[in-house]
Design a protein around this ligand. Structure first.
Ligand SMILES: *Cc1c(COP(=O)(O)O)cnc(C)c1O
Length: 382
């Protein structure tokens, strides 16, 4: 062979009996087949073998299989982020003429997609009160195909009665999708509660270090899996094996991070609840949180994100000044990493509730909770 040809020969020469504790990072678009007869273009890599890197490499499939095992799912798809996971679910369970239900408290970009792209595609998405429980049956129509739950809700933290919603939905043959990001797929057992699809922004707790974007979409059964798979293939939701490798590493420390974050977060939340300048704390483990009883009944623990409301006499500018005065807390979106974050959402769409720019969301990180409390104290004092 000419040296130019040798440069391109992919045949492995190193011995391959290297057994490490880590999952190898497989990069690859093209998959080489043994013969023309074996060429396939199948997205079902887990069942039928590899055909093309777009539908998963061994690194992707390893992460998918671990998430499926941890969540007790039939199978899991790994997608580029939590928002891509939400898009995949909508596309798989809605078509022109469908009606879907989404809680007011859902992640903002979920509702933006509902009111933007989906409306343009002829899907009607109706927002509902996250605390509706079994009365959701009054909103189900003949063309309802999907009900979203997100529990607790984004920013306002309402814990939903997921079992009641699932029972009402299934009695009318409607599928239920849950955004289970808060619970990291473990603090709430989605499939023991019979949801059809459970998604996570792996970006948050599984990644855990604010350095990657990934999502997972887990299915309860073959029916949900196949509905998702055909759309997954058409949308081309490929992910990087490097990001999957980081997520696999994140899983190894998820339990200790969650346990530690729960304790620190509760300490900060209780301190805020006792503060005279604070009207209310929205933390699922505190009785002031809407849906607290559902949290007690259904959850195995609480996580690192919660919100609190300044007293009525605080002006929006004072709240902004408070945020700017924080030294250890950083101002930023997202959560689930090692760094404490604070942010205000000035225009939340929550019918019948006006927080007047006084609702602040915190993510507690791995700093000392006493330092975090001191930081809040000096920023509240102004
Ligand atoms: C962050 C988040 C998402 C989106 O995740 P990305 O990976 O940032 O796209 C979806 N749902 C919830 C509840 C989130 O907090």
């Amino acid at each position: 062979m000419d040296w130019r040809t040798k440069l391109l020969d992919p045949t492995p020469q190193a011995r391959n009996d290297f057994t490490a504790l880590t999952t190898p990072i497989y990069r690859g678009s093209t998959v080489v087949f043994d013969s023309q007869e074996k060429v396939s273009d199948d997205w079902q890599h887990a069942e039928n073998g590899y055909s093309y890197g777009l539908y998963g490499t061994p690194t992707t499939l390893e992460l998918a299989a671990r998430i499926a095992t941890i969540e007790g799912a039939h199978r899991t798809f790994i997608v580029p982020g939590g928002q891509a996971a939400i898009a995949l679910v909508y596309m798989a369970f809605c078509k022109a003429g469908s009606h879907a239900l989404v809680p007011f408290s859902a992640y903002g970009p979920n509702r933006e997609m509902a009111e933007g792209m989906l409306r343009d595609f002829g899907v009607e998405v109706e927002a509902y009160d996250p605390l509706i429980g079994g009365d959701i049956s009054t909103l189900i129509r003949d063309n309802t195909t999907l009900i979203w739950c997100e529990s607790p809700g984004s920013v306002t933290m309402e814990v939903q009665d997921v079992p009641a919603i699932v029972a009402a939905a299934h009695s009318r043959d409607v599928s239920v999708a849950l955004d289970n990001t808060y619970a990291a797929g473990v603090l709430f057992d989605a499939f023991a509660h019979d949801v059809d699809v459970s998604i996570q922004a792996l970006t948050k707790y599984v990644g855990g270090h604010s350095d990657l974007l990934l999502g997972s979409v887990s299915s309860r059964d073959a029916r949900a899996y196949n509905a998702l798979g055909s759309v997954y293939r058409q949308l081309g939701l490929a992910v990087s094996p490097d990001d999957c490798s980081l997520a696999l590493r994140g899983l190894q420390t998820l339990a200790v991070r969650l346990e530690h974050l729960e304790k620190s977060t509760l300490k900060v939340a209780h301190w805020l609840a006792d503060h005279k300048s604070i009207a209310k704390v929205f933390h699922p483990a505190l009785p002031t949180c809407p849906g607290h009883a559902q949290w007690q009944r259904d959850f195995k623990g609480s996580a690192s994100v919660f919100s609190f409301l300044f007293n009525d006499d605080a002006t929006p500018q004072q709240v902004v000044n408070f945020l700017n005065a924080l030294a250890i807390f950083k101002i930023g979106l997202s959560w689930g990493g090692v760094t404490s974050l604070a942010v205000v959402y000035p225009d939340l769409d929550r019918p019948g509730q006006d927080f007047g720019g006084r609702l602040v969301r915190l993510n507690i990180g791995l700093e000392s909770p006493d330092d975090l409390i001191a930081d809040l104290e000096q920023a509240i004092a102004g």
